[in-house]
Design a protein around this ligand. Structure first.
Ligand code: HEC
Length: 137
């Protein structure tokens, strides 16, 4: 068993006094800032002003709308309305020239997979248009 040194008696050393003083000052500072919601002890609240409240309910708003500039062709108004339903008709203009078969598949995909509400005859008319503006032999 190691020998336990008895606690030193007599005057506390100067180093000890300084340490106790520093701890007391720190505790006082924490207590002081704590009551003020200062930075030393966080209260979870920010001193920054809250964001401005909205000015009443939003009744309406208009978002920018960019209509794709589809070139002239057969049944253009039908294509304009039918193919603008879910996405911009610009998507058509972004495509390269495709053979009829490929356009037929694309239209079929819009109807079968995504639910484009198009009758058989409308699909034929749209195909006609696509063949003219983005078709290839
Ligand atoms: C019911 C919604 C809907 C309608 C109506 C619609 N599309 Fe789409 N279309 C989509 C979705 C969803 C995609 C995205 C597919 C993807 O990201 O892979 C898409 C993508 C496309 C693409 C990109 C290439 C591809 O094959 O994915 C083309 C071209 C296209 N549509 C053409 C048309 C044409 C032409 C019409 C008009 C007949 C049309 N779309 C109508 C839903 C629709």
């Amino acid at each position: 068993m190691a020998e336990v040194k008895p606690a030193a008696h007599g005057r506390p050393s100067a180093v000890m006094l300084i340490a106790i003083g520093a701890l007391a000052a720190l505790a006082a500072a924490i207590a002081y800032y704590g009551t003020r919601g200062g930075a030393l002890v966080s209260t979870g609240e920010s001193d920054e002003a809250a964001p401005a409240e909205p000015q009443g309910p939003v009744v309406s708003m208009s978002l920018p709308h960019y209509e794709a500039d589809l070139p002239a062709g057969p049944h253009r108004p039908l294509v304009q309305s039918a193919c603008n339903l879910c996405h911009s008709a610009q998507l058509i203009l972004n495509q390269p020239h495709f053979p009829m078969k490929k356009w037929e598949e694309t239209i079929h995909k819009m109807v079968a997979n995504y639910g484009a509400p198009l009758s058989e005859s409308e699909q034929k008319e749209i195909l006609e248009y696509l063949a003219v503006i983005r078709g290839m032999p």
